[in-house]
Ligand binder design. Structure first.
Ligand code: SF4
Length: 224
């Protein structure tokens, strides 16, 4: 059976119908501003050492907040590894999914850890706590792919929000793995356009015209 890419899986977790359109248009590219935000995940030390440079890069919080957040990251046990990872942009090929992990933090870099920890960097903002569901599904897929390659159980993945100076840990709980498996089944069984979700997710979806959902503003204009 073909493996599913991490990005397709995450997109399906957001909206399966969006993945259907992305596949039809063969459009998987990331906008330049998203790439620029992800690249900040490789500059934590530099930005911490030279706060003035923060004004020159695409952070989405104030310089002061960004500096405070990087200082908090520096206190976490995995800081040396995430700031200077041994391996970056690593292609992983698991039993069910494949794609690129942003970093692999090796056990030699991690205190009190026998296993490696993968990370994924995302250009957007974090939720108040935890991570958004598409990122949770992607994090599980990345950790399972690394487990498959190393024949070793890996039970967590870090999700980086570099434009916000935030890093969140995703543990592979029973609930998270169940959501991952459900999403994987949805992708593999997709043979036509899935139903619309027709909720707040549609507001920022670039396929809403093609999809034909009514935007909230049009609905309210029409008094519907
Ligand atoms: S507009 Fe809404 S339902 Fe349609 S693809 Fe986008 S998120 Fe999914």
């Amino acid at each position: 059976m073909d493996t599913v890419s991490f990005s397709d899986l995450a997109r399906a977790a957001y909206c399966p119908r969006q993945l259907y359109y992305a596949r039809k248009s063969d459009d998987r590219s990331l906008p330049a501003d998203a790439t620029a935000r992800i690249e900040l995940a490789f500059r934590y030390r530099e930005l911490l050492a030279a706060p003035n440079r923060v004004t020159e890069v695409p952070v989405d919080v104030s310089v002061e907040t960004y500096r405070h957040r990087l200082e908090s990251l520096r206190d976490r046990p995995w800081w040396p590894a995430i700031a200077e990872p041994d391996r970056t942009e690593v292609f992983l090929s698991g039993r069910d999914c494949h794609g690129v992990a942003t970093k692999i933090l090796e056990p030699t870099q991690l205190p009190a850890s026998d296993t490696a920890v993968p990370t994924i960097a995302t250009p957007g903002a974090p939720p108040e706590s935890g991570v958004w569901e598409p990122q949770s599904v992607r994090a599980v897929a990345v950790a399972l792919a690394l487990s498959w390659e190393r024949e070793q159980s890996i039970d967590r993945c870090l999700v980086e929000y570099p434009a916000h100076g935030v890093v969140r840990e995703v543990r592979l709980t029973v609930r998270r793995k169940a959501t991952y498996r459900r999403t994987l089944r949805a992708v593999r069984s997709m043979d036509g356009p899935p139903p619309r979700v027709d909720d707040d997710r549609c507001t920022s979806c670039s396929y809403r015209d093609t999809c034909g959902v009514r935007t909230r503003s049009l609905s309210s204009l029409l008094g519907l």
